[in-house]
Design a binder for this molecule. Sequence first.
Ligand code: UFG
Length: 338
Amino acid sequence: MILVTGGAGYIGSHNVIALMNAGYNVIIFDNLEIGHIETINTLKTIKTNGKLEEFIKGDLQNFDDINSVFKKFNIDTVVHFAAYSQVAESVKNPQKYYFNNVYGTLNLLKAMLENNVKKIVFSSTAATYGNPDYIPIDENHPQKPINTYGKTKLMIENIMDDYDKAYGLKSVRLRYFNVAGADSQNRIGEWHEPETHLIPNILKSTLEGGKTFQMFGVDYNTKDGTCVRDYINVEDLAKAHVLALKYLENGGETNYFNLGTNEGNSVKEVFATCENITDKKIPVEIKERREGDPATLIADNKKAKEILNWQNEKTLQDSVKTAYNWEVKLAKLFKGNL
Ligand code: UFG
């Protein structure tokens, strides 16, 4: 049985589907602060090789909540997504991030050790690298995060190394670049309140009641003046987690991998792709740079390809198409509340 923390959230829920497709039975642990019960209800209806065994509402900051899950179920491996992930908020309110992300994970690891569970796949981030010294960024690039969110994820990576040395806890840390897109069957998708990410914000502005899209900064030293990012499709990303899990099941040592496409797209290119796919002229307002945005972030993804045998397959167009289908569905569900 696989325990997925944060399985009601955007990336977690797509991973639950991938795990079930691969034949795993899953327990979801989520406090529903960011994740949605509607997502859980949808996941329950999906029939695949594996199944959603149970959803448990609980908080990682409460040790008994998480420890009781290990007591009740026979958990083999943990896939850990539960975390806050907004960069700007993390700088304004670091305490919130250190408690939830770091202390919450310490509780999770403590419960794992008490119950002799020694394998974990962890959702880390490109934000652990900070401003890049070189592009594309490989896994040997120094980790010097410039915001609290990235610092919390790096601290956890370091804690996991110490726990391996001392207790034999094996971890795979997956450092995501910019995750995009939605379930190709349009059952689930990205659903943040408030939404801060580029693609959903562009797409929301095409819908009735949506705010005009704001483009943050057109004077960067890049091909067209806007920031360049590496957009990795959420279903491709989920496949990497299944491979990481199998790697640990096969006795793999602690390791870490970038998950990206090796390609960068500028904000203007993403915007043009959205206009193209929606076949709409999208309203846009040019704004100042957003604080803390590096000009360019692109992953070197060779290591994941070589060691995990992973391959990213979907294009930016695929991600925008599925994200758009999902935004239309979400808007119908919550008409007027975009
Ligand atoms: N952007 C806009 N308008 C918007 C939203 C974003 O112009 O409404 C721009 C940003 O300024 C940036 C680019 O689009 O240049 C991408 O921004 P996102 O907020 O979509 O993504 P980030 O690159 O800031 O951050 C993402 C994750 C973080 C993670 C980081 C790691 O959200 O959690 O990647 O690189 F830390």
